[in-house]
Design a binder for this molecule. Structure first.
Ligand SMILES: C[S@@+](CC[C@H](N)C(=O)[O-])C[C@H]1O[C@@H](n2cnc3c(N)ncnc32)[C@H](O)[C@@H]1O
Length: 177
């Protein structure tokens, strides 16, 4: 991937990924963030909008990043929409770097998922201790979401949640087919 390539970070938050890329010589980096409160804090080019309705033309970006964002997508339809949009706005053979939480086997999360299944109807959706509602991904569901991509690498990891708990996660590199 050359430094002239357009890159997009979906769910860019306070700009951690954008800063990382900028410092490594990628000067054509854009963010797409749904929470307007983050926009003022970021000096780089961030657009306010939603990943599932990305305001960009087809085949615009050489690579797209989505780090820690999929847990905010609770409904199956929204998750499919997000991956369809990423596919649409990526150039042919463009790269997707996606990292997200997976369903975790520890007692704390298993209990949360059980409560969440009763409340929200899907195993993996739960209310965190701070009151946010998130969805940890089922591995098979995640692989199905990436059906239009060729998975180049799938690295299982243990991540720390916002509530300082350990949870399973994955870092995926995939290519648009
Ligand atoms: C956990 S933060 C991760 C921020 C950044 N990717 C990072 O790794 O530092 C998730 C971000 O996704 C944003 N987000 C949630 N739903 C979104 C959506 N539908 N479209 C775009 N951004 C979204 C949130 O506002 C939040 O800033």
């Amino acid at each position: 991937m050359g430094p002239g390539e357009l890159l997009l970070d979906i769910g860019s938050g306070y700009g951690r990924v954008l800063d990382y890329l900028w410092e490594r010589g990628f000067k054509h980096v854009f963010g797409l963030e749904s929470d307007f409160r983050y926009l003022e804090k970021n000096p780089l080019s961030v657009v306010c909008g939603r990943g599932e309705q990305a305001p960009f033309k087809d085949e615009t970006f050489g690579a797209i990043f989505s780090i820690g964002v999929l847990s905010y997508f609770l409904e199956d339809s929204k998750r499919t929409q997000l991956l369809n949009e990423i596919h649409r706005i990526l150039k042919s053979r463009g790269l997707l770097f996606l990292s997200c939480f997976l369903i975790s086997g520890d007692e704390y999360h298993q209990n949360k998922y059980r409560e969440g299944q009763i409340e929200y109807g899907t195993y993996g959706i739960f209310e965190s201790d701070s009151g946010g509602i998130f969805r940890h991904s089922d591995e098979d569901e995640l692989r199905a979401l990436l059906d239009n991509f060729h998975i180049l690498s799938w690295k299982a990891r243990s991540f720390t949640t916002m509530n300082k708990r350990k949870a399973s996660g994955v870092i995926i590199e995939a290519q648009k087919q």
